[in-house]
Design a protein. Structure first.
Ligand code: OVM
Length: 403
């Protein structure tokens, strides 16, 4: 190792590759080593600083002035490397630019607009679960998690019907692109051109129907709140952040419930716990495992100096299992836990603007399942799905035992 790859001060170092197959498949042993090594750790493999404890992850997420997003939320520093796409106006920006577009998106995805979707989302969920119960033996990923969000969300955005099969590949690409240029990113990029083209075309005013979130973004441009150049980029944010995240979130919740029968029983007895089950699953197995920030200035974090221009890797999924925050049973899935305060949706100015939609989808699907399904049996070995940012499953074969 050259001295250049060493941090400026003497801090704990780890040489593991958090974007390698082993840790992406099962990150939790690594998370524990990361947390116990110290509040701030240097990862020699990528020459970045890392935090895995709740307190420091939370504090850094909130500190947008020191740990900026405008230089990218992935490993790449936009000040040094050209981004793979036009940066997101929401995710990859800082106040005050961020504040304007965030408030427009907050208006588009408001409690009122999301409330209007509840009847529709719930009816779709009930009908969908009924059709699954007819089959009984299904895959919780390919038959549930990858189906329900794609049945309701693209319609809510107002997307064209043709080409919706591009949505999941685009999400996989966008989330792989936060990591290093490894095999996962190469594979996603190799088929990216037509996917990116469909996405961009679908963000234009003419492509979107008159009633959806997409049209509401364009209406904000008509009112002069944003420019017509910004509008398609904000619609793109809906498509980047709104599909894979919910698919993984629903799959992970299914996995946690299917592998913890007493927890399913508790949910079945009280379907009103559906929203708590979802939050606890997001804590327990966070779909978005990591985001980067970039240090805009030199700062101290829990006694460790982080130099200006460093990339800082925040392990949301590890913070969500830190015993210092969650107690000695942090690694247990317990839907009765008051899991509020997890950082699975981030924290601070960038905290997920779409979470009312994600929560609505989850309440609809897990509410319906809880009522209609007595028991879930795993009928085969779940297979992990690998992505540089997202943790989830490719397949979870199950039997749904109806009431
Ligand atoms: C975006 C965005 C926001 C959050 C997550 C994300 C791909 C993208 O604004 O494009 O992941």
């Amino acid at each position: 190792m050259t001295t250049e790859s060493l941090p400026a001060v003497d801090i704990p170092t780890l040489s593991d590759d958090p974007f390698g197959t082993a840790i992406l498949t099962d990150p939790y042993d690594f998370h524990e080593r990361l947390r116990e090594a110290g509040p701030v750790v240097y990862l020699t493999r990528y020459q970045v600083y890392a935090m895995g404890r709740y307190e420091e992850v939370h504090a850094s997420l909130i500190n947008w002035e020191t740990f900026v997003s405008s230089r990218g939320a992935g490993l790449s520093d936009f000040k040094k490397e050209k981004p793979w796409r036009t940066p997101s106006l929401l995710l990859e920006s800082d106040p005050p630019d961020h504040t304007v577009v965030r408030s427009v998106m907050g208006g588009v995805i408001s409690p009122r607009t999301v409330r209007q979707l509840r009847t529709d989302f719930t009816r779709h969920a009930e009908e969908f679960i009924d059709s699954l119960l007819d089959r009984r033996f299904v895959d919780a990923v390919t038959d549930i998690a990858e189906v329900y969000p794609l049945r309701v969300f693209p319609d809510a955005v107002g997307l064209p019907r043709d080409g919706r099969e591009n949505l999941l590949p685009y999400g996989a690409l966008a989330f792989n692109a936060f990591g290093p240029q490894n095999d996962l990113l190469d594979a996603a990029l190799s088929s990216a051109a037509p996917v990116q083209e469909w996405i961009w075309n679908s963000c234009q005013r003419e492509a979107l129907d008159d009633n959806g979130f997409g049209a509401q973004v364009w209406a904000a441009a008509d009112r002069g709140e944003i420019t017509t150049a910004q509008a398609p980029l904000l619609v793109r944010s809906l498509l980047s952040a709104g599909v894979d995240t919910t698919v993984y979130g629903i799959a992970n919740t299914m996995h946690s419930l299917a592998t913890n029968p007493p927890q399913w029983a508790a949910l079945h007895r009280n379907p009103g716990l559906a929203k708590f089950a979802f939050d606890e699953a997001l804590r327990f197995e966070s779909p978005v495992q990591t985001f980067f920030r970039t240090a805009s200035k030199t700062s101290m974090v829990s006694g460790t100096e982080i130099p200006e221009d460093s990339k800082v890797l925040l392990f949301l999924g590890s913070a969500n299992r830190d015993w210092r925050k969650w107690g000695t049973n942090a690694a247990e899935f317990d839907i009765q836990r008051q899991g509020g305060g997890h950082v699975a949706f981030g924290m601070g100015v960038h905290q997920c603007v779409g979470q009312p939609i994600a929560r609505l989808e989850a309440e609809a699907i897990f509410g319906a399942l809880a009522k209609k399904v007595v028991r879930i049996e795993l009928t085969g070995e779940p297979r992990a799905k690998l992505n540089n940012t997202l943790k989830g499953w490719e397949s979870i074969p199950i039997e749904l035992v109806p009431l």
